[in-house]
Design a protein around this ligand. Structure first.
Ligand code: PLP
Length: 325
């Protein structure tokens, strides 16, 4: 059976650019660092979720839905991009957010409001625990809701990153790339990259930096990523299968947990801003770049390595974390 390519709607501006971080590489006396700029994905201040949402919204439209429902943390980049995509496609958007209502909205939350999304505050539940109840209410009111899972990470969304790996091939001779480093948190980016890499017969190493301690997760995150990679493979009729041996998920940098900013993130954000004039975000890319810098200092790369850091976005959250930076 041949591999099927799912259909999508266009939400962003692709391909996203690739920049070379020469000054940061020199400063660290390390490998050459390149950056794939999904922070410039073109949808409402950018980010990696745009890629997943192109496939998820296509599915929602195909199924005749008029409203999308998704979940995330108060400063969720996924929720902000979903709200923007819904505005673009004239769909309703309900966001199920962790935390308590705020008097003043900032960062992503401000943007969620500007895009006209409806907010549901759910306290400690930031991973969509309360979605079923909200969906039932919407159905009772006569609307046709479509649930986009936490982070957009199911086999439909993850395909966005299979496609992203093919996009990368058209931009750059990836035979020269030895590693791709990125922030991993709901698994769709990681799973899609793993599958794309194998389908394209690539040799570079994928190093996901785990962002979230995942204290309350029902399934360990590694198992979730592997299962998602396998489900994504199955969904496109590929017979590729993965086991835990195929996964590199570095858990050394979760620090005090999701969204708690420490010295690692602060240093990475300022080094990248001061030397490259590129903004990282406090929750994901600041932590992942902090991990990369620490690994370089620890001698985990050689000077001849060529490392691509995948900037997954999140810049609007900087403003909401101003006090921690
Ligand atoms: C969601 C997100 C990630 C993680 O991607 P997953 O596919 O959820 O693992 C990384 N960086 C940013 C800025 C994000 O918003």
């Amino acid at each position: 059976m041949s591999i099927t390519s799912p259909s999508k709607v266009n939400l962003g501006l692709f391909p996203t650019p690739i920049t070379k971080l020469s000054r940061l590489s020199a400063l660290l006396n390390g490998p050459q660092i390149f950056m794939k700029r999904d922070d410039l994905s073109g949808l409402a201040l950018g980010g990696n979720k745009t890629r997943k949402l192109e496939y998820l919204f296509h599915d929602a439209i195909t199924k005749g839905c008029d409203t999308v429902v998704t979940a995330g943390a108060e400063q969720s980049n996924h929720c902000r991009q979903t709200a923007a995509a819904a505005a673009l496609l004239h769909k309703g958007c309900h966001l199920v957010l962790g935390g308590e209502p705020r008097d003043r909205a900032n960062g992503n939350l401000l943007l969620d409001k500007l895009f006209g999304s409806r907010l549901h505050w759910c306290g400690a539940h930031r991973k969509g625990e309360d979605i079923p109840e909200i969906v039932e209410n919407l159905k009772r009111e006569g609307s046709q809701p479509y649930v986009i899972p936490y982070g957009g990470s199911n086999e439909i969304g993850a395909y966005g990153f299979v496609h992203a790996m093919a996009e990368l091939e058209m931009q750059l001779d990836t035979a020269a790339i030895t590693h791709i480093v990125f922030a991993s948190s709901s698994g769709g980016t990681h799973a899609g990259m793993m599958l794309g890499r194998v389908l394209l017969h690539k040799a570079y190493h994928l190093i996901g930096i785990n962002i979230d301690k995942g204290e309350n997760d029902a399934i360990p995150f590694d198992d979730f990523i592997i299962d998602l990679a396998n489900r994504t493979s199955l969904s496109i009729n590929s017979d590729q299968r993965f086991t835990t041996q195929d996964l590199v998920l570095n858990g050394d940098y979760v620090g005090e947990g999701y969204g708690v900013i420490g010295e690692l993130e602060r240093e990475a954000i300022s080094l990248t801003a001061e030397n490259e004039a590129i903004l990282l975000d406090p929750v994901y890319t600041g932590r992942a770049m902090g991990g990369l810098i620490d690994m370089i200092r620890g001698g985990e790369f050689s000077k001849s390595d060529r490392v691509l850091f995948w900037h997954t976005g999140g810049t609007p959250a900087l403003f909401a974390y101003a006090d921690a930076l």
